[in-house]
Design a protein around this ligand. Structure first.
Ligand code: PLP
Length: 467
């Protein structure tokens, strides 16, 4: 690009960074699109395209001299974005959808604009302070003590891994202090219904999993955990309870599991990535009894706390122990790690970190906690209502009564191919995104309801296409 007359920029080196009319126009263009997207009345559901189609439509985008910001934004708006499913669409009902509040999305822009470093107190004290306010609010909701604290990490997978690494470190230190040998293989105990990220963490950590059998309703209880602990002995360093399975929203019997882990001095980790948000609804608190005994918990704001991707709140009962397990040591970091400051980097598998808790902080601060409780309750109520509707239809049946905001059901007489064809069709028609799931080898359908914009009428419209 040639320098415009009167433009103070003289070198290619500062052209991308210096303040100029050109920079202002670029920013206006980007923010204008962001504003349009966030304020869409009817978010398009959109659908994936093939690599071939995208290559044809997008052309060469990375060139020596650049294609210019206008063309790049236009390309994103008209070619690339429509090839991405809108996970915040009210009829996006697969996996776990996202439904970030307008406030949280808007503030995410500021997080980037401010170049905040969220890893250390020295560099990001204001941001870390605000993130900690949110973590302490959540810790109080979960009944954890005032000393509890943690960090926002990328997602539940990293949150679970980080918690288990801290748990194993605590067990190793205990053994060392007592002059005991470590077991040949460390073992973590969880339900057969636990999330796949626990198996992934076990792989990364090179440890074994011992599964405890849940009851017929998919719920894990303390007695089943106790039996596995009896078998596995001192090799077990942690038990994972799930506070809301991804498939069904089943909450383990955390209270009786906590009795067992407390009696035996084993770390209790509660994986509430999806479901623990429901504890913010007062009448649901009882379902999560026992969480207050956890040594660590996770909940994903990018799931049911209405924050944008990607954020997992990881909270430890004793952050000091977690810090011992996770702090990276290096000469260039000594100035950070040798002080008494609260450094979020030291609490998980990470170093450089975005202050990814800030979008949730801003939205919570702006709206207050009551709106959050109401918005979460919407999903629970709607799941119950559409569950009743499904049960009342002859051609449909519920696989299980919904516990949180997930509804699993079957269409009588359909096989896997029927489900697949239906799912493809309703996406093609842009009616809904509902992928077939399976339970005990049987193909089923599943609604995961997160968005407060998802309505009963919309879900009924989807059910009507199953006739
Ligand atoms: C989604 C989920 C995870 C994984 O979280 P990511 O943010 O996707 O990494 C872990 N556990 C449960 C119960 C989940 O629902």
């Amino acid at each position: 690009m040639a320098a415009a007359p009167g433009d103070s920029l003289t070198t290619d080196a500062d052209r991308m960074h210096a303040t100029s009319d050109e920079a202002a126009a670029l920013i206006d263009g980007v923010l204008a699109y962001a504003r349009r997207r966030v304020l869409y009345e009817d978010v398009p559901l959109d659908k994936p395209l093939s690599p071939k189609d995208l290559a044809r439509l997008a052309g060469d985008t990375i060139t020596a001299d650049g294609i210019g910001e206008r063309r790049a934004i236009s390309l994103f708006e008209h070619v690339l974005a429509p090839a991405c499913l809108s996970t915040d669409h009210p009829a996006y009902l697969s996996f776990i959808p996202s439904a970030p509040s307008k406030a949280s999305v808007a503030f995410d822009v500021i997080v980037s604009a401010s170049s905040v470093y969220g890893g250390s107190w020295q560099e990001g004290s204001g941001a870390v302070f605000a993130e900690n306010d949110v973590l302490h609010f959540l810790a109080r909701e979960f009944g954890l003590p005032a000393e509890a604290g943690g960090v926002f990490v990328q997602g539940g997978t990293i949150g679970n891994l980080s918690a288990l690494v801290a748990a194993r470190d605590a067990a190793r230190r205990r053994n060392r202090a007592a002059g005991r040998e470590d077991p040949r293989r460390w073992v973590v105990v969880c339900s057969a219904e636990a999330h796949s990220s626990i198996a992934s963490a076990a792989d990364v950590m090179d440890i074994d999993i011992a599964t405890a059998q849940p009851d017929a309703g998919g719920r894990l209880h303390g007695d089943a955990v106790a039996r596995v602990l009896d078998e596995q002995g001192d090799a077990v360093f942690a038990v994972v309870a799930t506070a809301g399975t991804t498939n069904f929203g089943i909450v383990d019997d955390i209270a009786t599991i906590a009795e067992v882990t407390t009696a035996r001095g084993v770390w209790l980790h509660v994986d509430g990535a999806y479901g623990l948000a429901a504890m913010l609804v007062p009448r649901m608190r009882q379902a999560f009894a026992g969480v207050e005994h956890a040594d660590s918990v996770i909940v994903d704001p990018h799931k049911w706390l209405f924050a944008p991707f990607d954020a997992c709140a990881l909270i430890y009962r004793d952050p000091t122990g977690a810090r011992r397990a996770h702090t990276q040591r290096a000469e260039y970091l000594d100035t950070l790690t040798e002080g008494a400051d609260w450094n979020p980097s030291d609490l998980a598998v990470q170093l450089t970190r975005r202050a990814r808790g800030l979008p949730l902080w801003f939205s919570l601060a702006a709206h207050g906690t009551e709106r959050y409780r109401a918005a979460i309750d919407h999903g629970i109520e709607l799941a119950k209502r559409i569950g009743d509707e499904i049960a009342s239809r002859e051609e449909l049946s519920l696989v299980r009564d919904p516990q949180l905001s997930v509804v699993v059901f079957r269409r009588e007489g359909w096989n896997a191919a029927d489900y697949k064809a239906w799912s493809d069709r309703v996406l093609e028609e842009q009616l809904a995104f509902v992928v077939p799931s399976s339970h005990d080898g049987e193909p089923v359908l599943r609604f995961a309801i997160i968005s407060p914009l998802t309505t009963f009428e919309k879900l009924v419209e989807i059910l009507d296409t199953l006739r």
